[in-house]
Design a protein around this ligand. Sequence first.
Ligand code: NI
Length: 173
Amino acid sequence: MAILPIVQFPNPILAMKCQTVTEITDNIRQLAADMAETMYKAPGVGLAAPQVGDPIRMVVIDVSEEKNHLLTLINPVITERSSEEETGEEGCLSLPGVWEKVTRNTAITVEYMDLDGLQQSLQADGLLAICIQHELDHLDGTVFIDHLSRLKYDRACAKLKKRRQQEKREKTH
Ligand code: NI
């Protein structure tokens, strides 16, 4: 297994519509394992393949406290959404330091293929439902700040830029 570098916003890979996975190969299994290791190390609760530079439709998620409920979703599709919505603060490993409120469906049903190539259906609510919606957005080239108003989007970008300049300064001193 390996820790992979995480693609940073606004890298154009993060704006791509990702490709469907047609077959579970050893390469796919390896990438899934590396993505999980990268997510746990970060640490984060979810990571999408484009975030490690591979624009295919696969995400890893683990919202459990013990970090022992790893989910790998391949070609996931949300088939049902609750009419109820909730607004909560989100962050993303591709936009470190930025936290903004996003409104999501409270509960969803997602259909996906697992690493054995089997079709699965999962009903989720709470943090898991939010995380699935956030990660699936990545597969269609959407990052969480795309859900913000123009003003808040610009503010988030400015925050990110400032943080990067600060990090750069700290590195050179
Ligand atoms: Ni993200």
